[in-house]
Each structure stands twice: as C-alpha cells, then as structure tokens.
Design a protein around this ligand. Structure first.
Ligand SMILES: [Zn+2]
Ligand SMILES: [Zn+2]
Length: 336
C-alpha cells in the first residue's frame, strides 16, 4: 500500500510500504480521511523519527476484524482512538487495557492513518472505536478527535448560560471550543487570533467578537467588551507566553483559566496576580468521542468553517507545506 513517510525535518514522501498486519485484538481500516494535527506539525518541523507515518485524526471503513474483537463488522464506517496497550502496567494486568498508563500512540510510536490502510492494534467498540452515524461524512469522522479535545476542556470550565468566555487562539481546537461554548448557550464568546482566515472562521463558528491580535490591543478590547469586568473563564488554545499572560489579565476575580494549547516552550510567570484574583488554573488533556459525535450529528458543531484544503495521499508533502505555511490553511485533510 501507499503511505506518507517522514524522512527528516520537513521531508515527507509518499511511498510503497507493506500492508498492515491484523492482530487478534485489532482491526484494519481503509482510510478515507485523515487530518494533519498541530502536534504532527511540531514533530515534522523538528526532526521526527525516520519512517514515522503520522495520522491520528481519521475515519474510514473496517476491512478486517481480529478474532478476539466483538461488536464491529467489516464494511462499517468508523473512527477510533488508536493506541497499543503496554500489557505490563497495573491496568493492563487487571484486564483493562483501555486504561493503560503507558500506551503507545497511533501516528507516533506506531504507523498512523496517512496511508491507504491503518491497523488499530486494540479495538474495543464504544471505548476506542466509534461508528459514524449516517449524518456524518468521512471528513466529519476525521474531525471528531480534535473536537473531543475542545469539548473536554470546555466542560472542565463548567460554563453557565450567563457567562462571558474568551478563546485565545483560533486554530481548530479554538474554533471547536467556540462552537461548543455557543452550543452550551454561553452568552458571549470573545475570540482572539492573528490570521484573517481564522478570524473569519471564528465568526462563522459563532464568536460574538473576533479580535485581531496582530492589529488590536487584546486586553483593552476584551475589557471594553466585558464592561471592564473581564471574562468568567478563558480557554487558552495558542500555547504561548503572550496568550498565557493575557489570561491572567482578562479573567475576572474567581474566574478560571483553562489550558489546552500545546506549549512548545516552558512558561515563566509570577503567580501573585493570579493568586490575588483567586483564579483557578485548569490543565486539560482528554477526550469525549460519544458527545462529540452527537454534537456533529445534531448540527450544533460543523466542520465546514475550518476544513480549508484537501489533498490526495500522493500529495502529502504538499499538504504538510500548506498546513505549515499557508495563511489561509486551517485544517488540511488528506484523502487517500
Ligand atoms: Zn491531534
Ligand atoms: Zn498498560
């Protein structure tokens, strides 16, 4: 089969590799759509492991089912959280490999879905493999993983309908967070970003105010939009010092800062201001596939505002360059 193979920093080539092998607890999927994730880009820019096949945001059709797997059939349209349990930790020994504390991850420690076929070594329907309802197309299916990360972090803020929220950074995680907040009925959502295409996507996703951080004074604009009170909570999706510092400034006394962006560098901060304002700092990494699927199925969250480019597998190298460099690119999909 064909797959997109990493050969060093910024060097991806579509080549022939051997087909994935079906394992007893696993399934094989014919990939129909696979998104390029920000985390993939971090590895791609530096020097990833030679031979890596990225791809953990994907969907496709089941082609083979291992002997120990029940509740899933060939021909079903699915998405999955791909991991390989370690078989050594406390949870694995308890017979609960879905809770494994040392799992290898699809697209990093073993081959991902930027290929014609992908093997999911451990498949447990309802736990890490999810059927796509009729209403969802394959691009929706490949968007469930990043949506579920946004949803998990928004839920940790415990938003109320009278709340005012800020979303800093309007990549896919931020854009999904805006849609989830509006679906939950949050009164006002203020978003900040630096690229015109993403700011207009933020408006399309329901942001009441979209602040261009490259041109406007973020602190002034947000304080003005909240009658100088600040927001009840911030979802920080940019992962840089500047936006973290903004969180402390724009969150009102007793409010919450939710960190979900990926930080490439450590933060430095003086906690005194956050302490004097009694702020809660909440750090998130989690997902919720069933609720995310329901949000897409009901149309409360849409993928149309942010899927900007589509490439066949043969042009994976170009797809990565566009995702990295294009001012217009938000989510680039590879469609084998
Ligand atoms: Zn991802
Ligand atoms: Zn384990």
């Amino acid at each position: 089969m064909k797959a997109a193979i990493l050969h060093g920093a910024g060097d991806i080539r579509t080549e022939n590799v051997s087909d994935p092998i079906l394992e007893d607890h696993g399934i094989i999927i014919k990939v129909e759509a696979c998104g390029i994730c920000g985390t993939d880009l971090h590895v791609y820019k530096k020097e990833g492991k030679e031979g890596t096949i990225f791809g953990h945001e994907f969907s496709g059709v089941v082609t083979e089912v291992g002997g120990s797997v029940t509740g899933i059939q060939r021909g079903e349209r699915i998405t999955a959280v791909g991991f390989r349990p370690c078989e050594k930790c406390f949870w694995c020994k308890q017979g609960k490999p879905h809770r494994c504390s040392d799992m290898a991850l699809l697209g990093y420690q073993f081959p991902g879905a930027m290929a014609e076929y992908v093997a999911i070594p451990f498949a447990s329907p309802g736990r890490n493999v999810f059927k796509l309802p009729e209403e969802l197309n394959f691009e929706d299916g490949a968007s469930i993983e990043p949506l579920s990360i946004s949803l998990f972090s928004v839920r940790r803020a415990q938003p109320g309908e009278k709340d005012m929220a800020a979303v800093l950074g309007v990549g896919v995680i931020g854009l999904n967070a805006i849609q989830v907040l509006k679906a939950m009925g949050v009164k006002k959502v203020l978003a900040t970003g630096r690229r015109a295409a993403r700011l207009s996507a933020a408006r399309a996703c329901g942001a009441d105010v979209a602040v261009d951080a490259a041109k406007e004074d973020v602190l002034q604009t947000i304080m003005k939009a909240t009658s100088e009170m600040g927001v009840d909570f911030v979802i920080e999706c940019a992962g840089i010092q500047e936006t973290f510092d903004q969180c402390v400034e724009i969150t009102r006394g007793g409010g919450k800062i939710i960190l979900v962006g990926v930080y490439e560098k450590p933060l430095s901060w003086d906690p005194m201001k956050a302490m004097s304002k009694n702020l809660s700092l909440i750090c998130c990494l989690g997902e919720n596939f069933p609720l995310s699927i329901e949000l897409l199925r009901s149309g409360k969250v849409r993928t149309a505002p942010f899927i900007t480019h589509r490439f066949p597998l043969d042009r994976a190298a170009e797809a990565f360059q566009v995702q990295l460099r294009s001012q217009d690119a938000i989510k680039v999909m590879i469609k084998p």
